[in-house]
Ligand binder design. Structure first.
Ligand SMILES: NC(=O)c1ccc[n+]([C@@H]2O[C@H](COP(=O)([O-])OP(=O)(O)OC[C@H]3O[C@@H](n4cnc5c(N)ncnc54)[C@H](O)[C@@H]3O)[C@@H](O)[C@H]2O)c1
Length: 446
């Protein structure tokens, strides 16, 4: 199929590249000329495992191109995936990018003779496709949705850090559409994934599935952190043992007849830590809460999920203070800045409030992350933090080591510490280290 992807961020670029890889001819559109140029040179503007070689290959073969020319992209394709940002503006979901794109597409549809399908891939609150996308497209095109052009909703479930793998090996595909032609086109788009479970539904249900999935995972994390904080307050209990005991319930980790266990990835959301971040969980849960409120249904459970999460980074500072009541001049190595391993994305990362607080309290901060240092420099500047390219440089002379991202390299920290002249305090914000291997150990939920 000839497709266009509007917005070449994490979702748009990964979708475009992967759809090109499975045989579609993709045109990626972005307003950001620098991004477009970079993509056309075969270099992804974001770090994502496996993306660079796949992009390079498909640029070279001509299966994917990037442009700022939306009109040309719409006129030369039969289906457009819209993957622009949908931030939370503090009160509700900000649909201004979606609206702007729909108006631009609508203006082109006014002149386009062939039937075109517009599919929303961005995460949008239930009702958006019906109540915002369709009216914007109809007004701008002076045409009727479902008759003159088609509309669909196809939420994306890829995880940053695993985005290419998730897209190429999906666990489900949700196809929402208002018209039969668009549903058929979506079926064709994903035809190579013939073995994957597909849900065919209306656009509102498709939208709601995405929010429900993210809200469940965020709830599991805040649940684990609330239990962790109680374990700490009670004393004599380690939340790692508690949650392990919970994971072993055969309803969570099924026991096979041969005695082996299936350990589902879901249990990784039932672990204590310094909280969730990223571009999706915080904003999606807040957007759903706001949407519920507007509908007259306060979302009390999800409100608590956010409140617990926002307080969790303070726990890290609290653990340092137990040992250093004043942080002024204390040499702190912050390990891990990305909101999770496998990505350089720092959006809503717990590292932001932790580092900010350390700087306010005048700690001497060194920071290390295998891939997110450039993002961190943009965010915190270069004046107050020493950025280290090597883990050992960050550890040198540190009085406190704070682990904020579960990068697998950090498993090796006990070995690195053996080489240091004195034993620093280690604050394990992800409970990923064996506490018995570290002399001065503190962790969430201990
Ligand atoms: N990041 C994820 O892991 C993830 C996962 C699933 C769903 N989502 C959802 O997908 C959507 C996109 O997220 P993202 O992280 O890829 O966003 P992003 O901010 O990384 O990318 C958005 C892109 O859209 C471009 N853009 C904005 N206005 C445009 C316009 N008028 N025309 C063309 N391009 C335009 C921007 O320049 C930017 O490159 C959001 O709704 C998000 O919630 C994200």
């Amino acid at each position: 199929m000839r497709i266009s992807v509007i917005g070449t961020g994490y979702v748009g670029l990964v979708s475009g590249v992967c759809l090109a890889e499975i045989g579609h001819q993709a045109i990626c559109v972005d307003v950001d000329q620098a991004k477009v140029d970079q993509i056309n040179r075969g270099v992804p503007p974001i770090y994502e495992n496996g993306l660079a070689p796949l992009l390079e290959k498909n640029i070279q073969s001509g299966m994917i191109t990037a442009t700022t020319d939306l009109e040309n992209a719409i006129l030369n394709t039969e289906l457009s995936l819209v993957a622009v940002g949908t931030p939370f503006d503090g009160d509700s979901i900000d649909l201004s990018y979606i609206r702007a794109v729909c108006r631009q597409i609508g203006a082109v549809l006014k002149r386009k003779k062939d039937y075109h399908t517009v599919v929303i891939k961005s995460t949008v609150v239930p009702g958006t496709t019906d109540q915002v996308v369709v009216p914007e497209l109809e007004t701008a095109s002076s045409k009727k949705a479902g008759i003159d052009f088609g509309v669909g909703m196809n939420p994306e479930f890829l995880r940053e850090g695993e985005a290419v793998g998730d897209f190429m090996n999906p666990d489900r595909i949700v196809l929402g559409a208002i018209d039969e032609t668009s549903l058929q086109r979506l079926e064709k788009l994903y035809a190579p994934f013939s073995e994957v479970d597909k849900i065919r539904t209306n656009t509102r249900t498709a939208e709601m599935i995405k929010y429900t999935a993210n809200s469940l995972l965020a709830t599991m994390i805040s649940f684990s952190n609330e239990i962790a904080n109680l374990c700490s307050a009670l004393g004599g209990i380690d939340v790692v043992d508690v949650l392990k005991g919970v994971h072993l319930d055969r309803r969570l980790s099924p026991l096979l007849e041969n005695g082996e266990r299936i350990v589902p990835a879901l249990t990784t959301y039932l672990e204590a830590g310094c909280g969730f971040g990223g571009s999706c969980f915080p904003k999606d849960v807040k957007a759903l809460i706001a949407h519920g409120k507007q509908t007259g249904l306060p979302m009390q459970l999800l409100q608590a999920v956010i409140e617990i999460n926002e307080r969790q980074p303070d726990r890290i500072i609290g653990l340092i203070r137990k040992h250093f009541p004043s942080l002024e001049g204390i040499r702190v190595a912050v390990l891990g800045l990305a909101f999770k391993p496998g990505t350089d994305d720092m959006r809503e990362s717990p590292a932001i409030p932790v580092v900010t607080r350390l700087l306010i309290e005048k700690a001497a901060v060194k920071a290390y992350d295998p891939v997110a240092l450039n993002e961190a420099r943009k965010l915190f500047g270069t004046k107050d933090i020493i950025y280290c390219d090597q883990l050992d440089d960050a550890l040198e002379n540190a009085q406190v080591i704070v682990i904020l991202t579960r990068w697998s390299d950090f498993q090796d920290i006990p070995r690195h510490l053996q080489d240091l002249p004195s034993a620093p305090l280690v604050i394990d914000g992800r409970r990923m280290l064996e506490k018995s291997k570290i002399t001065n150990y503190e962790g969430i939920g201990l």
